[in-house]
Design a protein around this ligand. Structure first.
Ligand SMILES: [Fe+2]
Ligand SMILES: [Fe+2]
Length: 310
């Protein structure tokens, strides 16, 4: 890195610290504000829940699907933020005796992800108050975090930037005018986005900084690990699509035959792959940063792997 780039990066870390102080919010005072969920509302917007793909369902059943997906949204974020935070704390070591503003930016990032996990636990419990019993999310965030952190930092940062960029798209979806959408869930998207948009800047700074220290062989191996991580995320999504279909079928109040159940499971998986894999992978900025670090051939390897997840 040359001296001009170093100064530019220092300024970006400093701006992240300033914005972190300015937008800081509180779970109860700013997001929840004494409200409760109402089962008359959708929790996820149609652009995320892809309710059009659930072709056999009535409007009321589609609303129930968006509520199940909303609860899963809270659980998936609670899960990914466990490993993101651990990686951020690990990376902060590299700034301990260096740029103290960069260190502060990462400490704040970590503090925010801990708060977000608390927010999503709270949302999961609040959704549980208004939906029927029987919902399951059996994936252990600590076990996932241990497995993810077993991969190289390059691979983990690639996945992290992907995730933190798609929360921005999720926020944009949630602000589409939709009178059926829960105001409380809209605020979850809004407040999460306020802090996530800066996390994506920090992910990119750390990823590019880390990348500069790798050999071509290390990077090539890391690309395989990134693909392995995306495939592992897909495994989680497949398991949850199955669990959420089982819950829907058990609680929707009518008999669902096997062929329809399979179609519902496919639609859940399609929605989850869109939410947690493709909406990030197709994000223009993710593509831009990724392609600046890898060869065309390596990019094709990643695209070929993503194409299998449809
Ligand atoms: Fe977050
Ligand atoms: Fe984040």
């Amino acid at each position: 890195m040359n001296a001009i780039e170093k100064v530019a990066n220092s300024e970006r870390y400093a701006r992240c610290v300033q914005t972190s102080k300015r937008v800081r919010w509180d779970i109860e005072e700013d997001v929840i504000r004494g409200r409760r969920f109402d089962a008359a509302h959708k929790f996820l917007p149609d652009g995320l829940s892809l309710t059009d793909a659930f072709t056999s369902l009535t409007a009321d059943e589609k609303r129930f699907v968006s509520q199940i997906q909303g609860r899963t949204y809270a659980n998936v974020f609670g899960l990914v933020e466990r490993f993101i935070n651990a990686k951020v704390l690990e990376l902060s070591h590299e700034h301990w005796f260096g740029d103290q503003v960069a260190l502060e930016a990462l400490v704040r990032f970590s503090d925010e992800e801990l708060k977000h996990q608390a927010l999503f636990r709270r949302i999961d419990a609040m959704v549980g108050e208004v939906l029927p019993d029987g919902y399951r999310f059996d994936i252990d965030p600590n076990a996932v975090a241990r497995a993810v952190l077993g991969k190289s930092t390059w691979a983990v940062l690639a996945l992290t930037l992907d995730i933190e960029l798609f929360t921005q798209l999720h926020y944009r979806q949630s602000i589409e005018p939709d009178s059926q959408l829960s105001e409380l869930f809209k605020d979850v998207f809004l407040y999460h986005w306020k802090e996530e948009s800066r996390h994506a800047i920090l992910d990119e700074l750390e990823w590019v900084r880390h990348d500069a220290g790798l050999t071509a062989e290390q990077r090539d191996r890391a690309i395989d690990e990134f693909i392995e991580l995306v495939v592992a995320v897909d495994g989680i999504l497949q398991a949850q699509a199955k669990a959420d279909t089982g819950y829907f079928v058990a609680k929707c109040g009518r008999t669902v035959r096997q062929a329809e159940e399979h179609a519902i499971e496919d639609a859940f998986l399609k929605a989850y792959r869109w939410q947690y894999i493709h909406s990030g992978a197709q994000h223009p900025h993710f593509g831009k940063v990724l392609s600046s670090l890898i060869t065309e051939n390596q990019g094709q390897r990643i695209q070929a792997a993503l194409a299998t997840l449809h």
